[in-house]
Design a protein around this ligand. Sequence first.
Ligand SMILES: *[C@@H]1O[C@H](CO)[C@@H](O)[C@H](O)[C@H]1NC(C)=O
Ligand SMILES: *[C@@H]1O[C@H](CO)[C@@H](O)[C@H](O)[C@H]1NC(C)=O
Ligand SMILES: *[C@@H]1O[C@H](CO)[C@@H](O)[C@H](O)[C@H]1NC(C)=O
Ligand SMILES: *[C@@H]1O[C@H](CO)[C@@H](O)[C@H](O)[C@H]1NC(C)=O
Ligand SMILES: *[C@@H]1O[C@H](CO)[C@@H](O)[C@H](O)[C@H]1NC(C)=O
Length: 505
Amino acid sequence: MLQPSAFLSLLFLLAAAARGGDYSRADFPADFVFGSGTSAYQYEGAAFEDGRTPSIWDTYAHSGHSGGATGDVACDGYHKYKEDIRLMLDMHLEAFRLSISWSRLIPNGRGPINPKGLEYYNNLIDELISHGIQPHVTLHHMDLPQALDDEYGGWLSRKIVKDFVVYADTCFREFGDRVLYWTTINEANIFSVGGYDEGASPPGHCSLPVQNNCSKGNSSIEPYIVGHNILLAHSAAVKLYKKKYKSTQNGFVGFNIYSFWFVPYTNSTEDVIATQRAKDFYIGWLVDPLIYGDYPRSVKKNVGKRLPAFTEYESKQIKGSIDFIGVNHYTTLYIKDNPSNLQIDNRDFDTDIAIEIKFKQGNELPDQYPIRPWGLYGLLEYLKQAYGDIPVYVHENGQLARRNGTLYDKSRVEYMHTYIGSMLDAIKNGSNTRGYFHWTFLDCFELLGGYGLSFGLYYVDLDDKYLTRYPKLSAHWYSNFLKGKSTSSNAITEVGDSTFVRQTG
Ligand SMILES: *[C@@H]1O[C@H](CO)[C@@H](O)[C@H](O)[C@H]1NC(C)=O
Ligand SMILES: *[C@@H]1O[C@H](CO)[C@@H](O)[C@H](O)[C@H]1NC(C)=O
Ligand SMILES: *[C@@H]1O[C@H](CO)[C@@H](O)[C@H](O)[C@H]1NC(C)=O
Ligand SMILES: *[C@@H]1O[C@H](CO)[C@@H](O)[C@H](O)[C@H]1NC(C)=O
Ligand SMILES: *[C@@H]1O[C@H](CO)[C@@H](O)[C@H](O)[C@H]1NC(C)=O
């Protein structure tokens, strides 16, 4: 019989072994799902077809924010979904994360359903289900109908709550007999900050003195108003699901945030506290209310009166209105305390945190993310400790690359191998993580970088009018893993050079 401490260190050694070494699909719980994902605007194209109207993302892209690239055609998933689902089946993908374009289903955001939009999503969902692939569906992936933004300012107004609930009701009613996993809002925190503080994502609001070059906005207050309205809309949709659909459909409704992992730049008390503050702002700001009914103390303190307060009724409705947390995680940042930011008048979200990021992603995208798989472990361990046993889905994780025609994405293979291994370690230490979705299935339109960046398992030849898909090394690696083979990052040997199709013309 091992002593408890010896037992623990043995577990630890096993965990350490998994990180660098081999593991297989069978090491994960049987009901864990492995998938890949995309979103409507990034994948579908057919932006002006069959009654779809523009979303704020169409408007943003068409005003040149992604270097002139738009999702007008994207990967043409509106017409090519059957072909893509065939590829998913060959890969043994277990689940596919997609989003519904609100303005395709209900043009202009409110009013009658578009029968062509309804037909498309019914066909897409049926095609997945009939091939045994679980659909995990997001309702809002940065693509609010432009009409609602024009009419009352979209997410800046509480009027959004009513329209969002009607839209969610429509989706639950029409698709909920087949869809069990719903996410209301993708990257709610980044949508609020990118869209309404930094102007770096739709609808592109920001203001001086901290942020520059937007035609409208107020970076000091808008991100917090939007975040607040998102929580109200999310919880109202969940309330409706529980009342009207849960007992017959038996599905789950979650929420999604983007999160880096954060580590102190030095071990000084200031940097350690600043690192916790970064977690409070990025994670706690919108997740704490869903679990505990209120914003984190440090957020309330630094934002002050600019942070909307919950009424008792709202707090009660929001608390507990979540079946799972979805996280999009790519990389780890180093955090240094920066109290001087708190001297700025008309601060924004970024300065309210009072940190200096020592390795900043986003403004200047590197060619690739540095591979820091322990960051995913840290994040999952943190979610467990901060929020208990609530299920977690890794909704996005993957390696960035410049799109340059190569199918030989060795860095992506190494990234996936180490990050999935690190997630396995977290699960072994008690994390209630239930699924992993590699971002992304195909090289399509990306918010930052348009078609110049790629995250896909498949390369899409944009010069070919059929937009032919070609599997990269990473597609072979993931497929081998999903087929149950023991896998290491040495994919070349496993895949065999002969299966490898080189560059396309
Ligand atoms: C803001 O816009 C001006 C004029 O269009 C341009 O010169 C400047 O570089 C922009 N600044 C930033 C931070 O993008
Ligand atoms: C933003 O709103 C705050 C609070 O209403 C106000 O004090 C500030 O001047 C506004 N900033 C801009 C750029 O409009
Ligand atoms: C902080 O302390 C930890 C644990 O003692 C150590 O592993 C780490 O290297 C230290 N970090 C820095 C930047 O000194
Ligand atoms: C393309 O990018 C990959 C990494 O993303 C790199 O290894 C390769 O050398 C690049 N190829 C060309 C032709 O630039
Ligand atoms: C493993 O989980 C336990 C219990 O939650 C926690 O105390 C411990 O720090 C975790 N170990 C590691 C290495 O994260």
